[in-house]
Design a protein around this ligand. Structure first.
Ligand code: ADP
Length: 600
């Protein structure tokens, strides 16, 4: 057990022992013993005094019998001696008084020096009742005394006989009795206290143990169980506590599992998720949120939203939503080159104050797609407008009279034809490209022999090359695997490459087409010794409408779409394109398509 637990138990022991059990019982028992003792004391005193009085009375009667003769015969001197002897024996003071109050004899004082006793309260009492007790201070011997006086009517006259004992002596004897009684009470209290202490401890121990277990469980030590073998209510409580610990353990395990699942799901999401409490303090955040919104997700828990997200629009929207507004969508603009759309809404969890949920989406590809679309439309319009305006210009000039000009008429018509052809090429290329892009599946899947396709294209384009005095050769490696795909597309891809080589190679140039196989692919390579492509442009030539020299390309009847088509053809067949080029030296283009040996 740790020190906190021990301290807790110590306090509890004190509380249980002394406040709850020990002290109340002890006080109760002490009160009971004190009450009984006080009662016994009072009874003891009265019984003792009563006994003493009774004794004094018996002695009085005894003495009365013995002095009667002396008084009857008037032997006063003998009377004095007699009472002295009796007084010694009985250990008391004996006084004989005449009816007029004159003291005849006294064993403790000289009668001659004693004043008249007619008015002593005990004598007055004896006159009234025959006998009378009195406790008072004795003026003769200067001490508290208990007196008993008796009235005696004798033939020789009236007398009073009085016996007295020291009240101080009586009190002394009573004190001894009280001391004994008090001692007995104290011993009884001590024994009772010990018994109560043992009893309290006996009954507190299991409760202390249970409390220790409950405290340990509250601290999260869910494996702790009560080992008490008590029966009765405490046993039942211990079993209930153990069952409760089992149940809490299970619930916690379930909650932990649920939380772990939630965190795993959140972690695997590509959308960023942040959940905050009512004060916008972050309670839950995933990796993607940090990546998209530009903060370290692992350090964001417990921080306030504005401390981690440095985007004014989003923070403002969060405050507005929390202030009772509708859910909001905010575009954050580029953060680290990414476009992010953030959706903010309130949520209420189990009656607590409302919190905020932020879901962030990466819209970079959407934004890029929209930009590409705009760019494409602008490019297409531009590409269409140029030949159309040329055609229109020539047509207008013809209409204005050039038609009748034997030289210019045919020339302008030829130009119109060329540009119309250019337009047709453009539209065909656009259609081919859009078909390639919109159909993830190839329209036809057939075994294609790329070697044969290469030979066919070279044969087809040989006249164009010859027109420029170029040599166009084809070399097909033996034992080529076939590829699976659309023969029209593949032929078109090769044709575009060979056509470009003819276009961008000067008069008398040399163009070699090679078809060979590498590890897994069939490679169609078109090599020329033409104008080449500057290194700066090389990375972009497969983009649509990208040309190194726009007017030259157009002059050649190019559309700027040829290489984009080649790239798409390769890609839809699971392949790729490559280019190597050097200005004024020539270029090598490769269309690479996976071969199918097993099917070949
Ligand atoms: P175009 O219809 O203009 O030929 P392409 O997409 O086929 O369009 O080619 C794009 C650009 O790449 C061309 O405009 C040209 O500048 C360059 N290019 C293509 N092939 C070659 C080549 N064999 N030699 C030099 N430049 C080439």
């Amino acid at each position: 057990m740790d020190s906190a637990g021990t301290a807790g138990l110590g306090n509890l022991l004190l509380r249980l022992f002394f406040r709850r059990l020990f002290i109340p019982y002890l006080v109760l028992i002490c009160l009971a013993i004190a009450g009984v003792g006080a009662f016994a004391g009072v009874r003891l005193r009265s019984t003792y005094l009563e006994g003493r009085r009774q004794g004094l009375r018996n002695e009085l009667h005894l003495v009365a019998g013995m002095v009667r003769d002396d008084l009857d015969t008037g032997r006063v001197a003998e009377l004095g001696e007699r009472i002295k002897g009796l007084g010694r024996e009985l250990n008391c003071r004996i006084t004989v008084i005449r009816g007029n109050g004159m003291v005849l004899a006294d064993n403790w004082a000289d009668p001659a020096t004693m004043e008249n006793h007619a008015n002593r309260p005990e004598i007055l009492g004896a006159i009234r009742a025959g006998e009378a007790y009195q406790t008072r201070y004795s003026g003769t011997i200067h001490e508290d005394m208990l007196y008993l006086a008796k009235h005696m009517e004798l033939p020789t006259g009236r007398y009073y006989l009085r016996l007295a004992v020291s009240a101080g002596e009586l009190r002394g004897q009573l004190r001894v009795l009280y001391a004994g009684l008090t001692g007995a009470a104290v011993v009884t209290m001590a024994v009772a206290g010990l018994i109560v202490f043992l009893f309290a401890r006996r009954h507190s121990e299991p409760i202390v143990e249970l409390t220790g277990v409950a405290e340990a469980i509250a601290r999260g030590e869910l494996k702790r169980r009560s080992m008490t073998d008590e029966g009765g209510e405490i046993g039942a409580l211990a079993r209930a506590l153990n069952t409760m610990a089992d149940a809490i353990g299970q619930l916690l395990a379930q909650a932990e599992q649920g939380k772990a699942e939630l965190l795993t799901i959140l972690a695997s999401m590509s959308e960023g998720v942040i959940a905050t409490d009512g004060q916008q303090c972050i309670r839950l955040v995933n990796e993607a949120a940090g990546r998209l919104l530009g903060f370290a997700a692992e350090q964001a828990n417990g921080k306030v939203l504005w401390q981690v997200v440095r985007n004014d629009r989003m923070i403002k929207a969060a405050s507005e939503v929390m202030a009772g507004g509708e859910s909001r969508v905010v575009e954050t603009g580029p953060i680290g080159g990414r476009h992010v759309e953030v959706r903010l809404s309130r949520y209420r969890s189990r009656g607590e104050a409302e919190g905020l949920v932020v879901v962030a989406y990466d819209t970079t590809h959407l934004v890029r797609y929209q930009e590409l679309r705009k760019e494409f439309v602008a490019n297409v319009s531009h590409e269409l407008r140029t030949p159309l305006s040329v055609v229109r210009g020539f047509a207008e000039t013809l209409a204005d009279g050039a038609m009748r000009d034997p030289v210019k008429g045919p020339e302008y018509l030829g130009a119109i034809l060329r540009h119309t052809e250019q337009l047709t090429n453009l539209v065909n290329d656009l259609l081919a490209l859009s078909r390639l892009e919109s159909q993830p599946e190839l329209p036809r899947r057939a075994k294609v022999d790329l070697g044969a396709a290469g030979r066919k294209i070279v044969e087809m384009l040989l006249p164009a090359a010859q027109k420029k005095g170029q040599t166009l050769t084809v070399d097909v490696a033996a034992g080529l695997p076939s590829v699976v795909g659309d023969p029209d597309y593949l032929e078109r891809g090769i044709a575009n490459l060979v056509d470009n080589a003819i276009k961008y190679t000067g008069e008398g140039g040399k163009i070699e087409v090679g078809v060979r196989a590498d590890d897994q692919n069939v490679v169609v390579e078109v090599r020329d010794n033409g104008i080449g492509i500057p290194a700066a442009n090389l990375g972009r030539i497969f983009e649509r409408f990208y040309r190194v020299d726009r007017s030259r390309s157009r002059e050649m009847g190019g559309t700027g779409l040829g290489l984009a088509i080649v790239k798409h053809v390769a890609q839809v067949h699971g392949g790729a394109v490559e280019v190597e080029s050097e200005v004024a030296k020539g270029s090598v283009f490769r269309m690479i398509v996976p071969g199918r040996w097993e099917e070949g």
